[in-house]
Structure formats: C-alpha cells, structure tokens
Design a protein. Structure first.
Length: 158
C-alpha cells in the first residue's frame, strides 16, 4: 500500500521527529510511506479573517496538487468524525483493497481550506480537544501503525 502524509508546516522539536521516525520505520513493513511537508503561508495579521482565508486557499492549491491520483483521502480536522482504532483500520483496509493509495492531510495552525476538505473521502478528528499540529502528526503515525497491526492481526493494538 502507498501511504502519503501531507502536512503544512514543519517539525522543529527533535523528540517529535524521533517519534515519527520510529513509527515510520514500524509502518514500513506494511506500507510505502511518503511524507510531503509543505510550507505554511505567512500571515501578518492573525486577527484578519480574510488574510487567514487567503493563506488557507494558497495552502489548498499546494495540498491538492500533491495528492496522488486515485487516492482515498482523509482530512484531519476538528469537525471530523471520531473513529475507534478498529474503525480506522477498516477504512484503511478498504482503501488498500480499492485503490492501494491512502492520503492523510494535516493543515496549518489555521486548519484546512474547505476546498481541501470537500475533496476528501473522510474528515477525521482525533479528539474534541485542541492539540498542536506537530503533536497530532505523532498521534497520526501511531494511529496508522496501530491500524495496520489490527489489519495484520498483531497484538500491538491491545
């Protein structure tokens, strides 16, 4: 399976990079993992909603052009559906069986444009709580690894 993680913004903390590196290594036995890290648009006035919308639209163009053709697309967003580990594993199994390509998208600190969300097959939320996007990246990699172990019938997910 081809697994693509598209993120807006970069990781700076080495401990988060180390965690992701470990999960990427673990995931490699189940899927070919590609991470596409896009630059977050600069916003000079955080209180200007039109400037934020412009930035999200510019990020959307970059995100949409990075999505491999024929992929099952999941947007991580606060209003998304919360799934159990088993339910996420089933979504992944279905994507694996149909197209063999899965893309997960994490937006910038301002989220994702509706232009991206509307193109996705699923909107996923990890929690009703707010987390830094860098931390959600680690959570996403762990959740993906857990899902693949469920699909493979391994014990890790217990």
């Amino acid at each position: 399976m081809n697994l693509t993680i598209i993120t807006v913004g970069s990781l700076k903390e080495s401990y988060l990079k180390d965690a992701i590196s470990e999960y990427k290594k673990r995931l490699s036995q189940y899927a070919k993992v590609e991470e596409i890290e896009l630059k977050e648009e600069r916003i000079s006035n955080e209180d200007d909603s039109s400037e934020i919308e412009r930035a999200l639209d510019n990020e959307a163009v970059k995100i949409l052009s990075a999505i491999p053709e024929g992929s099952y697309k999941i947007a991580l967003c606060v209003e998304g559906k919360m799934l159990s580990s088993e339910e996420l594993a089933e979504k992944i199994r279905s994507a694996k069986d149909t197209s063999g390509k899965l893309v997960l998208i994490i937006g910038s600190s301002h989220g994702l444009s509706d232009k991206v969300k509307s193109k996705c097959d699923l909107r996923l939320s990890f929690s009703r709580l707010t987390f830094p996007h860098q931390l959600i990246r680690v959570n996403l990699y762990e959740a993906l690894y857990r899902s693949f172990t469920i699909i493979a019938g391994k014990r890790y997910h217990k």
